[in-house]
Write a protein that binds this ligand. Structure first.
Ligand SMILES: Nc1ncnc2c1ncn2[C@@H]1O[C@H](COP(=O)(O)OP(=O)(O)OP(=O)(O)O)[C@@H](O)[C@H]1O
Ligand SMILES: [Mg+2]
Length: 369
């Protein structure tokens, strides 16, 4: 969770607010509860992310054979792709309890010391949004991760003394949507980093089919494929769209999620054929119409769409970049020819991709960040 739009969808009575952003990859309280029920429990049940799954599988198997806790694991990637799910799976596969906390909950080193000193041998400590932890706690964490030791400070002022306390070996699983914000010394203490990427449509369809069964929703393959194709490569969004399409089907007297219901419901909720929603389109629209295609700085762009820069950067941008609508240049964000086309506008000759570029390293560094 990015922490910036947690309240986006919540209504006073807990019902769904149609004006909220349906493809917001964060989630509200009710949704989180439902997510718990739908979370895959074992690595073998986790579709998609083949690389990370294989790498993690190896790490866990090796640890099991050595009967030692595995290296610390960092999971990074945009919201809703399965970081929390994987953390739970790691603990389940190791048959160890999991302690769950998050960066924003640890504002003092003492908060972390209390957690660390109560960990049992082999336990998994899940630190969500690890990039938001307070600096002194971060420093304590380095030491604990490397040497399995914390210094407990007793007393105050000049008379304070640090008493080293040995910890049993444990495994930290950190999750972050902003791996770039982690200080290098902390990043280096993770023996394994898994980067989660957006899911292929076929993987999302597999997830949706399983969840439709779990939620006892009747569906057709075409209906499921339509939802999967418009879910921005994100399981959380796919699950949410599935529920909205079911609502639509039920209200219209058909109890089946089919192509017709999917198309009509997604049109109603402003999710277009490419899965872009209002924020995505607002970003592209501002870039093209107001800034002539850019490049424009992130904060200027965020103001233009009335959002926090962090929301634009972690929620909208990764998918727009990945799909080739937006490029990050050293001078700011720019719209590609595809973005202009998506808005039904004519791209200027200078837009990225308007003239096909040879795929050389030079082209990469020109348009990379
Ligand atoms: N590979 C997957 N298979 C099935 N369901 C998945 C998968 N990945 C994620 N999900 C579902 O998507 C939802 C969100 O996943 P999860 O909470 O793990 O994401 P996250 O990366 O931790 O997001 P955030 O950054 O917001 O914390 C959950 O309901 C989970 O069941
Ligand atoms: Mg999470």
């Amino acid at each position: 969770m990015t922490g910036v739009d947690e309240d986006f969808e919540r209504d006073v009575d807990g019902s769904y607010d149609a004006s909220a952003r349906i493809v917001d990859p964060g989630g509200d309280e009710d949704e989180r509860r439902l997510e718990v029920a739908l979370r895959p429990k074992r690595l073998a049940d986790f579709p998609g992310q083949p690389r990370v799954r294989d790498q993690l599988g190896l790490l866990l198997e090796a640890a099991r054979r050595r009967q030692r806790p595995p290296d610390h694991v960092l999971l990074s990637g945009p919201p809703g792709l399965g970081k929390t799910s994987l953390a739970m799976i790691i603990a389940a596969e190791l048959e160890q309890p999991i302690r769950i906390t998050s960066g924003p909950a640890i504002q003092h080193a003492g908060d972390l010391a209390a957690i660390l000193s109560s960990l049992a041998e082999g336990e998994v400590l899940f630190l969500d949004e690890i990039h938001r932890m307070a600096r002194p706690a971060e420093e304590m964490l380095y030491l604990a991760m490397e040497d399995f030791r914390v210094d407990v400070v007793v007393g105050k002022g000049p008379g304070a003394t640090a008493i080293p306390l040995e910890l049993p070996p444990f495994t930290v699983v950190g999750a972050t949507t902003r791996a770039g914000l982690l200080p290098a010394p902390l990043r280096d203490r993770f023996g394994f980093t898994g980067h989660l990427d957006f899911y292929a449509t076929a993987d999302l369809a597999a997830i949706l089919t399983r969840n439709a069964t779990l939620l006892r929703i009747d569906s057709t393959a075409q209906g499921i494929d339509e939802i999967a194709g418009r879910s921005r490569g994100t399981p959380r969004i796919a699950n949410r769209l599935l529920r909205r399409v079911r609502d639509y089907a039920q209200v219209h007297g058909k109890d089946v999620v089919d192509l017709g219901a999917a198309r009509a419901a997604l049109a109603l909720f402003d999710v277009d054929e490419s899965g872009l929603d209002r924020l995505d389109r607002a970003v592209l629209d501002a870039l093209c119409r107001r800034f002539g295609g850019g490049p424009v700085g992130l904060s200027t762009l965020a103001v233009a769409v009335g959002e926090e820069p962090d929301t634009v950067e972690t929620v909208a941008e990764p998918y727009l970049v990945r799909e080739g609508y937006l490029v990050r240049t050293p001078r700011g964000r720019a719209a590609s020819a595809l973005a202009w086309k998506h808005l039904g506008l004519t791209a200027p000759a200078t837009a990225v991709g308007a003239i096909p570029l040879p795929l050389t390293d030079e082209a990469d560094s020109r348009f990379g960040d």
